[in-house]
Write a protein that binds this ligand. Structure first.
Ligand code: JFZ
Length: 333
C-alpha cells in the first residue's frame, strides 16, 4: 500500500472534473431547473427516457473548443498534481470511444476526437498524474443498474437494500443482470481506462448497496490489471486505498488515517450548472479549506464542471487564477 501511495501522498492538491452528457443540459430540462440538485443527476431526477437523453444531451456532447493542454496547465499552475475526470458518471455515458458500449462520445455523439486521450497525453506531457472517476454501481440506463427504480440513489427502500438476498426468480434475474453489467461493461471499461488511457487512479463512487462480493470482484480485477492503481474510498466497504469525507463539508475534523482526501466543488453541483451561481464558493473559502486539509495530512481535490463546448465558466478560471497566485506565494516563502 505505501508503495502504491507514494506519489499520491505527496500530491496534496488535485483537479476534479465532472463533464459529460449532463453538461449539455446544465441542470435545466424542459423549463425545469434543478437549482439545489446536482446537475449531473438530471436524467434520474426528471426520469428522462434514454431516447430523449440521447437526443437532447448525449448526442450533443461535442466539445469543439476543448483544449486539454489548457486545462492541465491551469491545474498545474494552481499547484495540482493529479487530475481526476468522469470517464463515466451515473448516466452511463462514456466520454471516450469505448469498445464495450455504444453509449459513448463516438457512437452516440459522433464526435471524432477523444477528450480522454487528449487529457491523459497532456497530463503525461506536463508531469501530472491521471485518474478517472468511474461509476461502478450506478449506470441508470443499464438493466444491471444496481437497483430496480429511479428514486433517490442514496435512500433505498428496505426491499431494494435486500435485493441480493431475495429468493426466487425476481432476485435471481436481477443478480444475473448486475453480474452481466459488471462483467460485460464495468470491468472491460476499467481495463480500457487502465491500459489504453494509462489511468493511475480510479475514483469509484456510490457503491450503494452493491454486495461486498461484487465490489471485491471489481477490486480484484483492477488489482490484476494494474496492481499499482490507486483506488478511492468510495468503492465501498473500506476496500479503497485511502479515506475520505462527505461532499462539500465546511470544516474537516482531525483524521487518524495516513491517507485521506477531501473534495470541494466550486458550486454545489459537480457538473456544469447554469443556475447554481448563488452556491459558488469563493477562492478564499477554497484556499482556506485546502490549507486546513493539507495541514491535517490530507489531499484536496477541487472540482469544476466545464461547459459542454469544452471551455470553463469564467468564474472558475478566476478561482484557479487566485489559487495559482496563493500557491506561487507559498512557493516563494
Ligand atoms: C456523488 C455523486 O452522486 C455526485 O454526482 C458527485 O459525483 C459526487 C462527487 O459524488 O454524490 C455524493 C456521494 C456521497 C455523498 C454525497 C454525495 N456523501 O457521502 O455525503
Amino acid at each position: 500500500l505505501d508503495e502504491r501511495m507514494g506519489w499520491w501522498e505527496e500530491a496534496r492538491l488535485a483537479l476534479f472534473i465532472h463533464w459529460g452528457a449532463y453538461s449539455v443540459l446544465g441542470g435545466e430540462y424542459e423549463g425545469e431547473k434543478s437549482i439545489d440538485r446536482y446537475a449531473e443527476h438530471i436524467a434520474r431526477e426528471l426520469k428522462i427516457p434514454k431516447s430523449e437523453y440521447i437526443e437532447f444531451a448525449a448526442s450533443r456532447f461535442q466539445p469543439d473548443d476543448f483544449n486539454a493542454e489548457e486545462w492541465v496547465l491551469r491545474a498545474k499552475k494552481a499547484g495540482m498534481k493529479y487530475v481526476v475526470i468522469t470517464a463515466k458518471h451515473h448516466d452511463g455515458f462514456a466520454i471516450y470511444p469505448s469498445k464495450y458500449s455504444d453509449f459513448d462520445i463516438e457512437d452516440t455523439a459522433g464526435w471524432e476526437r477523444d477528450p480522454l486521450r487528449e487529457l491523459t497525453d497532456a497530463c503525461a506531457k506536463h508531469g501530472l498524474k491521471f485518474g478517472v472517476y468511474y461509476s461502478h454501481a450506478q449506470d441508470w440506463y443499464e438493466p444491471g443498474n444496481f437497483r430496480f427504480t429511479w428514486e433517490h440513489p442514496f435512500h433505498p427502500t428496505d426491499e431494494e437494500r435486500d435485493w441480493y438476498n431475495k429468493k426466487g426468480e425476481e432476485g435471481d434475474a436481477h443478480r444475473e443482470r448486475v453480474k452481466e453489467y459488471i462483467n460485460q461493461k464495468c470491468i472491460p471499461q476499467l481495463r480500457e481506462l487502465l491500459v489504453d488511457y494509462n489511468a493511475e487512479m480510479i475514483w469509484f463512487d456510490t457503491p450503494g448497496w452493491l454486495p461486498a462480493g461484487y465490489l471485491a470482484h471489481i477490486l480484484k480485477a483492477v488489482r490484476e490489471i494494474k496492481p499499482e492503481t490507486v483506488v478511492s474510498y468510495r468503492i465501498g466497504r473500506g476496500y479503497g486505498d485511502y479515506g475520505g469525507g462527505p461532499d462539500n463539508p465546511t470544516a474537516f475534523p482531525p483524521r487518524d488515517e495516513r491517507y485521506w482526501e477531501a473534495i470541494q466543488s466550486t458550486l454545489h453541483s459537480w457538473g456544469y450548472h447554469k443556475n447554481d451561481e448563488h452556491h459558488r464558493r469563493s477562492p478564499e473559502h477554497l484556499i482556506r479549506m485546502t490549507a486546513n486539509v493539507v495541514a491535517r495530512g490530507g489531499n484536496m481535490m477541487i472540482n469544476v464542471g466545464p461547459k459542454p463546448d469544452g471551455t470553463w465558466v469564467e468564474k472558475d478560471i478566476e478561482t484557479f487564477d487566485a489559487i495559482a497566485e496563493w500557491i506561487e506565494g507559498q512557493e516563494a516563502s
